[in-house]
Ligand binder design. Structure first.
Ligand code: TRP
Length: 371
């Protein structure tokens, strides 16, 4: 199987800077704009790898943050690999105890939103041995202090509920490099928080090529495609997250959605206006309704005027329920057919294994370890 995909190194000067410093984000934004242009004109040159941890059902924050964008890329003709990162939840006992169920929920969510298994590959990295084997040479290419400095790792460690940091958690970014590079993905859609991980992947690819490539590149240096999606807050006004119980899942029923929105935090001003800086909760509700309606939050606010928070919540509930109705219907339909779910996953795993085996064979040849 030919796993070679064109690299983006020739994507123009705008596509070359490394986003690590304070200016990194704006450099990454400029590069993302240039990449969007290339995707429109030549989607076939890109292979995207992205993924999620199987921690439960996906919610609207995930949907408007990244999921929506994956389907958009797929439908533009970009080749899509979606990893269900089962080895990244082993340290969370509650999740790990129900792993199979969580994995199936994710597959259901993917199918419901329109990830098409005929065109895109959904797989669990635990089922792809050669992917995991890449981690060993990759580990040899990074130092402990580099991992120590990684802000995403620091953040994850700070938010983990563990008393001690496991070696696995500490090395997540290296494993993530294996997730990305096993299929030679050259484009990774990320939120800003994941930029340091991607930077490390680029570093590993570069060091591997320098050390073993003998003048040719075994791995591409993947580009980040920064999401322009605005941040949706949960119903309590903090970041939307399952563990905070403030998230509307894609699978929530119409009534659950109504109840969650009804309980959402707002403020005491009757006139509804979009002002994220001073009215974050009201503005996030407006944003949610606007995303569902395909309009601007200002327009939604103008409609409601001085009708107050109850009117706002009614609009939000109706917009979300209407928008999600076809997704929920598809989810329910796929949920009836567990055999199909498992087939999607085992076919995806098989495809991923073929790609990973080919890459590992190249890596072993480059390292001169074919015995
Ligand atoms: N760490 C990512 C998350 O928490 C999931 C993930 C695992 C991932 N491997 C990846 C994302 C590779 C992008 C690329 O959501």
């Amino acid at each position: 199987m030919n796993t070679a995909v064109p690299q983006t190194e020739d994507a123009g000067a705008a596509a070359c800077a490394g986003p690590t410093d304070a200016l990194g984000t704006s450099a990454a934004q400029a590069r993302s704009a240039a990449l969007e242009e290339l995707i429109r004109t030549d989607p076939g040159r890109f292979r995207v790898l992205t993924g999620d941890r199987p921690t439960g059902r996906l919610h609207l924050g995930h949907f408007f943050g990244t999921l929506h964008n994956r389907v958009r890329l797929q439908d533009l003709g970009v080749e899509l690999f979606v990893v269900i990162a089962d080895y990244q939840v082993l340290t969370d006992r509650d999740v790990a105890d129900n792993l199979l169920q969580h994995v199936e929920e994710l597959v259901l969510d993917y199918l419901a939103i329109g990830v098409d298994p005929a065109r895109s590959t959904i797989f669990t990295h635990g089922a792809v041995p050669a992917l995991n084997q890449l981690m060993l040479p990759f580990l040899s290419l990074v130092s402990v202090s580099e991992l120590n400095r990684n802000p995403t790792v620091k953040d994850e460690i700070a938010h983990s509920r563990q008393s001690a940091v496991s070696g696995l958690m500490f090395t997540y970014p290296v494993h993530q490099a294996a997730d990305i590079l096993f299929c030679k993905a050259n484009l990774v859609p990320v939120g800003q928080d994941q930029l340091p991980h991607l930077e490390l992947t680029r570093t590993i690819a570069r060091r591997f090529n320098d050390r073993y490539g003998a003048g040719s590149a075994v791995f591409p240096q993947p580009d980040a495609l920064l999401s322009s999606a605005p941040l949706l807050l949960g119903t309590d006004g903090t970041k939307m997250s399952k563990s905070r119980n403030n998230a509307i899942t894609l699978a929530a029923t119409v009534d659950e959605t109504a109840r969650l929105v009804k309980g959402a935090k707002t403020d005491s001003e009757r006139h509804i206006s979009y002002d994220p800086a001073t009215r974050p909760e009201v503005s996030s509700l407006l944003l949610l309704a606007a995303l569902c309606q395909g309009r601007s939050p200002e327009q939604v606010a103008a409609d409601i005027g001085s009708a107050g928070a109850a009117a706002l919540k009614k609009v939000v509930t109706e917009s979300v329920n209407e928008y999600l109705a076809p997704i929920r219907a598809r989810r329910a339909e796929y949920g009836q057919d567990r055999a199909h779910l498992r087939a999607v996953l085992s076919e995806g795993n098989e495809r991923a294994r073929a790609v990973a085996d080919a890459t590992l064979a190249e890596v072993r040849a480059a390292m001169n370890t074919c015995y």
